[in-house]
Structure formats: C-alpha cells, structure tokens
Ligand binder design. Structure first.
Ligand SMILES: NC(=O)c1ccc[n+]([C@@H]2O[C@H](COP(=O)([O-])OP(=O)(O)OC[C@H]3O[C@@H](n4cnc5c(N)ncnc54)[C@H](OP(=O)(O)O)[C@@H]3O)[C@@H](O)[C@H]2O)c1
Length: 293
C-alpha cells in the first residue's frame, strides 16, 4: 500500500505554480518541488530572472492576463501577496476562482484573529488576503509564518561596512528558518486531498529572539564581535527613507516593531508538517555565514 502521507511516494504528481519564486522563500520552494519531481511553473516579473530549466510565466500578481496564463493546468498555487494593499488582488482572486487550484497562502503569525483591525498595515493585508480567499470559496491552506531568518540578508551591507547593525527596536519574535517554511509549504502543496489540513498552520522557529540576539548569533557564526544598535523610531524612519525605501513600507516597518502577543509564541507546527523540529537561527547563521563576508 503506498504511503500517502509522504509526498515523495505519492503517485499523484501535481503541477505547482510558485509566486514570489525569485524571493528568499520562493527559491527554496522551487528547489524542493523540483527535488520531489513535481511539475513547477514560476510567476516572475522579469524574464531575466526566469530560472533555467524551470517553466516561467512573466507577469505581475496584479495583472489578470498574466495570472490567467500562469494558472493554466495548474493543480496547486503557492501564493504570496507582497503588497501593502489587498485591493489590487481583485483580479487575482477572480482568476483563482475560475481556475480553482489548491491555494496555499503565505500569511503572518502576527494576525490577531479576535481583532477588528490588525496592529500594522503588513499584518492587515495578510488578514485581508486570508478573508478574500475564504470569502471567494477557495478554501485556502493558510501558512502563517513568523519573521523569516532570511530577512537577516538585509544586514549584509551594514556588516560589510562594520560591526554594528542599526535599526528600529523590535519585539522578540520566533524567527523561523525559511527552509523550514519551504518544507512545510511543499508538504501541503503535494499532499493528497484526504491528508490536507487547511490550518492556519502557525510556523515559528524554536525560540524567541530579539534583533540583538540574532546579531549575537551572526557574530558567533562569523567569529566577529557584532552589536545591534536600536534606533529611536524617528531616526530609523529617516534612515530608511534616505535608503530609498517607499514611505508606506517604512511606516509599516516602524509600526511592525511594536510588541504583539501573537508573535510571542513558539509552536510545533513546522515539525507537524515537515516531520522534524524547526531549526535555530544559530544554525541558519552558520549555514549562511559566507554570504556576510
Ligand atoms: N519576510 C518575512 O519575515 C515574512 C513573514 C511572514 C510572511 N511573509 C510573506 O512572505 C513573502 C515572501 O517573503 P520573502 O522573504 O521570500 O520575500 P522576498 O525575498 O522579498 O521576495 C518577494 C518576491 O515577491 C515578488 N514580487 C514582489 N512584488 C510582486 C508583484 N507585484 N507581482 C509579482 N511578484 C512580486 C518578488 O519578485 P522580484 O524578484 O521581481 O522582485 C520576489 O520574488 C512576503 O512577500 C510576505 O508576504 C514574509
């Protein structure tokens, strides 16, 4: 009898569309789907970013025509919504409703299910997207991710220039390795219908970490004496604006730095989906140390 709980041994070989395929998480998902022998298609914004040997459709998540083309003969979609407003998702939702694939949506652990409004615009857009997908009758599989470890790549430039990383003070979060989120996503993308749990799956790392804790782990991995310098909100805001980040994103990042009880927890949901415990940020730092040289 086939082991239908293990996607690798399932006779079902679905076609999977990966959105955000060039991103930190999307790249890991494409790697894993290919290793599982799945048929993979990527939605990319620039043909130059198309991966050799992987089918791609060029377009934006907001373009109905591109999304329609990308969904032809697709069984399951790994869906991200990297925008700060859910209104432009209208056409995407319509196309998904017509094509009716399995939708696996990458959301946020910071959602407070009991709140009328979420604490910041990034969390709000994830809550809005979850609601839009449910209201359209798509029955999404919802993966709520904590802070991805790969966000640390945003510190590369500062760490090449010196030993101090500065930024807005943030609450501690259960930083999760994007490789674990990718493993969890692949499990639900490839699972047979009768083994599918729609969640929400709350994907966290094994411990709560501040930015200072993360920098200390990076320092240990790089054998350098690194330090995090917390900036007051006004200074953090002006530096991010000077770096060329768009104002709505800067305001969202400042608002996201407040403590939220929803982000202050550790779950075993990675282990439930991936079949092994979530990895530590210390491990991520060792595995990615070369990127910071
Ligand atoms: N990072 C976190 O801590 C975190 C936590 C919870 C949830 N999430 C969700 O996970 C998503 C992926 O995270 P990540 O770290 O992998 O992000 P990332 O590395 O910044 O990658 C973002 C991806 O989205 C694509 N993209 C951006 N705007 C698009 C558009 N309008 N149409 C089509 N594609 C577009 C980018 O394509 P280009 O290469 O063309 O720019 C890229 O492939 C985030 O967008 C967020 O919604 C993230």
């Amino acid at each position: 009898m086939p082991d239908t709980t293990n996607p690798t041994s399932s006779p079902y070989r679905p076609s999977i569309l990966v959105t955000g395929a060039t991103g930190n998480l999307g790249r890991e998902i494409v790697d894993r789907l290919q290793a599982h022998g799945a048929r993979v298609r990527c939605l990319v914004r620039d043909q130059a970013d198309a991966r050799p040997g992987v089918e791609s459709v060029v377009g934006d998540l907001r373009e109905a025509g591109a999304v329609r083309d990308a969904l032809v003969d697709i069984d399951a979609v790994f869906l991200i919504w990297p925008l700060l407003d859910s209104a432009p998702a209208h056409d995407l939702i319509t196309e998904l409703t017509t094509a009716a694939p399995r939708v696996v949506y990458l959301s946020s652990t910071a959602i407070d299910d009991g709140a009328a409004r979420q604490s910041d615009p990034i969390v709000q857009v994830h809550a809005d997207m979850e609601a839009l997908l449910h209201d359209a009758g798509l029955r999404p599989v919802v993966l709520r991710s904590d802070t991805l470890a790969s966000n640390a790549r945003g510190w590369v430039q500062q760490l090449r220039a010196g030993d101090v990383v500065s930024g807005p003070e943030t609450a501690r979060t259960a930083v999760v390795d994007e490789r674990d989120v990718a493993d969890a996503a692949v499990t639900v993308l490839l699972a047979p219908d009768d083994h599918l749990n729609h969640g929400p799956h709350v994907l966290t790392g094994p411990e709560l970490l501040s930015r200072a804790d993360q920098i200390a782990h990076l320092g240990a991995a790089l054998r350098r004496d690194l330090r995090f310098q917390a900036l007051p909100a006004d200074l953090a805001r002006s530096r991010m604006l000077a770096d060329g980040r768009p104002e709505p994103l800067v305001e969202a990042l400042i608002a996201a730095s407040v403590w939220r009880p929803e982000s202050n927890r550790v779950t075993d949901h990675v282990e439930r989906l991936a079949g092994r415990p979530a990895g530590t940020f210390a491990r991520w730092a060792i595995d990615h140390a070369a990127e910071f040289n």
